[in-house]
Design a protein around this ligand. Structure first.
Ligand SMILES: [Cu+2]
Length: 72
């Protein structure tokens, strides 16, 4: 399962690692890919992880989640 997010506020590699690190704390997260240019965060999951938790994790780092789309 993949979740594709649009995230505002990421501006450099530090932001990318902060987002990745926050998400890697969830055992369901298998992989995280971030594109700064496109303001995208693609998360590969082994099991369902709620949008709420994903959103909280990223927003705790100081970034804004504007969209979450699910792909199976
Ligand atoms: Cu940054």
């Amino acid at each position: 399962m993949k979740k594709k997010l649009i995230v505002k506020g990421m501006s450099c590699m530090h932001c990318v690692s902060a987002v990745k690190e926050g998400l890697s704390g969830f055992e369901q997260v298998e992989d995280v890919e971030v594109s700064l240019e496109d303001e995208r965060v693609d998360i590969t999951l082994t099991e369902e992880l709620s949008d709420e938790k994903i959103k909280d994790s990223i927003e705790d780092q100081g970034y804004e989640v504007v969209e979450i789309k699910e792909e199976r």
